[in-house]
Design a protein around this ligand. Structure first.
Ligand code: ATP
Ligand code: MG
Length: 560
């Protein structure tokens, strides 16, 4: 095991199991149900399952838990595979489905019936619920619990043959209706579902329940450590009951860890599904979504997501992690690698009156201030430029070091300019600035060593590339939308703002998803799924600084 990875409690168990020789090799699985796209919580589970195996030279299965036909879809299967690969993990030839084992799972069910450890119950779903009892009251035996092995075998065979309607019978384990743990009160193992399955088609009309299929799949694959989230803790006695009956050669051990929740967003597939179906977002890959596909489209690097879940850590305590922590991982990952470019998101025209009209200079600019090996590029300079509207103020406060009437500012990689005249429209809105430039102050080569306090970015108007830039914000306006009665009421109405921006022309060739820093503004990348001919679409990946840190910490303290 690598020394650089801190040993959480699961890695400690795995370490001990290897040392003691309990297992010669670690085998894990990531078992998504293909009923939605994977989200940031799943990243935690993926990194943990694939991580602990690869760190120890073990193996990991990507297993689709496809026991719910009707809710599951091939689109989700594709998306899940793409997401896991993109995160940097490789399942090799270990891509499996619970449905691969339907025949074997069925055979185990038959052998449980033969051992009088399972029976066909013919109570209705409502009756089964009533008979189950409550947390404080034991359950009661179903009148069908005393059916003979022969009758059970016959009924189960006929269930499989399609002789009964949905809900007419279920196969239940015969454990203990008085068990304090409700999961042990004769849990259902099989139910009738006349529904086409995306892989097995109409081969089956009975489907195994999650707990049964999952435990057996783990056993069949020789999983050594079955890592799942805390809500399955109460299911562990059933997991172990099934394994005790099966006695597989390599006995898996279920270990639970806490779910990862991210503030200001949801990590429930059901609710994310609602956001998609109700058109609140543009789809599962909307860059505001906490889905892996959404975050990828937004421009988050895979390394940043891995880094984030490793910092969040594997624990037993439920956590709601600040969005700021994820965004910091993204910034750190992009800071050293994303080339710097100039773009103006809210353009204000500047005319340099003493610069010859029609003249164009190509000015060299550093691609990265701290990485000279990233080289230089040339940006065109001319007599008409765009600057950021809020880099100018008519009547600024004392410490405003940008442009003001009569004031001077340096244009990044270019010249010092002075604002000579302010043009306003009838409403008083500034429409243009007339400036003059000092030819001796060209960056790098100028003969003057004159210094001014502020430097701003700009783009040559004649050369600018038009782009639509999407600025994203939190999808929800409260830290924990999971707690809201109705999440619709806590949606952030300003989670998407679109700007008609002007970009330096070199950005035309940037590939979708390739991140750059727009100087002073943040990290951006071209959106991969928009290729409208009229304008390019850029996504803001993340701002340069965490303006939310304080607000978010306060909100988390008061809300969690
Ligand atoms: P959801 O509640 O969003 O539907 P799920 O648990 O039903 O999620 P699965 O497809 O069954 O989704 O999840 C696959 C694996 O990912 C499971 O082992 C599950 O425990 C794990 N997982 C799901 N959500 C989280 C989370 N928020 N944090 C950590 N692991 C998670
Ligand atoms: Mg699940």
């Amino acid at each position: 095991m690598s020394d650089t990875i801190p040993r959480d409690f699961i890695r400690q168990i795995i370490h001990d199991d290897l040392e003691s020789g309990k297992h010669p090799e670690i085998v894990t699985r990531f078992p998504p149900e293909p009923n939605g796209y994977l989200h940031i919580g799943h990243v935690m589970s993926i990194c943990l399952n694939f991580g602990v195996a690869s760190e120890t030279g073990g193996r990991t299965y990507l297993r689709f838990d496809d026991t719910n036909p009707g809710k599951e879809d091939e689109e989700f299967v594709h998306a899940i595979k793409e997401d896991v690969s993109w995160l940097g993990f490789n399942w090799g030839d270990r891509l499996t489905h619970a449905s691969d084992y339907f025949e074997r799972i069925h055979d185990v069910a038959v052998s449980l019936i033969e051992a009088d450890l399972a029976y066909v119950d013919s109570l209705s779903a409502d009756e089964i619920r009533t008979y189950r009892g409550t947390l404080t009251e034991p359950g009661r035996n179903s009148p069908f619990r005393i059916r003979s092995v022969e009758e059970n075998l016959d009924l189960f065979r006929r269930m499989r043959a399609g002789e009964f309607a949905n809900g007419e019978h279920v196969l239940r384990a015969k454990i203990d209706m008085a068990a304090p743990n409700i999961n042990l009160r004769d849990p259902a193992l099989y139910r009738i579902r006349h529904e086409l399955h995306q892989i097995t088609g109409d081969a089956w009309c009975i489907y195994p329940m999650y707990d049964f299929a999952h435990t057996l799949s783990d056993a069949f694959e020789g999983i050594t450590h079955s890592l799942c989230t805390l809500e399955f803790e109460d299911h562990r006695p059933l997991y172990d009951w099934i394994l005790d009956r099966l006695q597989p050669p390599e006995r898996p051990r279920q270990i639970e860890f806490s779910r990862l929740n991210l503030a200001y967003t949801l990590t429930s597939k059901r609710k994310l599904n609602e956001l998609v179906n109700e058109g609140i977002v543009s789809g599962w890959t909307d860059p505001r979504m906490p889905t892996i596909a959404g975050m990828r489209r937004r421009g988050y690097p895979a390394a940043a997501l891995r880094d984030f879940v490793s910092r969040a850590g594997v624990t037993k305590k439920d956590k709601l992690i600040e969005m700021g922590m994820l965004e910091n991982c993204v910034r750190e990952s992009l800071g050293d690698t994303a080339p710097r470019r100039m773009a103006v998101l809210d353009p204000l025209k500047v005319v340099i009156s003493n610069y010859p009209g029609g003249q164009v200079e190509m000015l060299p600019a550093m691609n990265h201030p701290n990485q000279p090996e990233m080289g230089m590029r040339e940006v065109p300079f001319s007599s008409e430029l765009w600057i950021e509207r809020d880099d100018f103020m008519i009547d600024p406060p004392r410490k405003f070091f940008r442009l003001k009437p009569g004031g001077e500012v340096r244009l990044r990689s270019a010249y010092i300019i002075r604002c000579d005249e302010v043009i306003q429209d009838a409403s008083g809105r500034v429409t243009e600035l007339r400036c003059s430039y000092d030819a001796d102050t060209r960056s790098g080569t100028g003969s003057s060593d004159r210094k001014v306090k502020g430097t701003i970015h700009w783009v040559s108007a004649a050369h600018a590339l038009d782009a639509s830039v999407r600025l994203y914000d939190r999808l929800f306006s409260v830290a924990n939308p999971n707690k809201a009665q109705d999440f619709h009421e806590v949606l952030n109405p300003a989670s998407l703002e679109t700007r008609a921006a002007k970009l330096e022309p070199g950005l035309a060739g940037l590939a979708a998803g390739e991140a750059v820093q727009f100087e002073r503004l943040g990290y951006f990348c071209p959106d991969p799924s928009d290729d409208k001919a009229d304008a390019r679409v850029f996504n803001r990946i993340v701002t340069l600084r965490d303006s939310w840190a304080k607000i978010e910490q306060q909100a988390l303290q008061s809300e969690t």
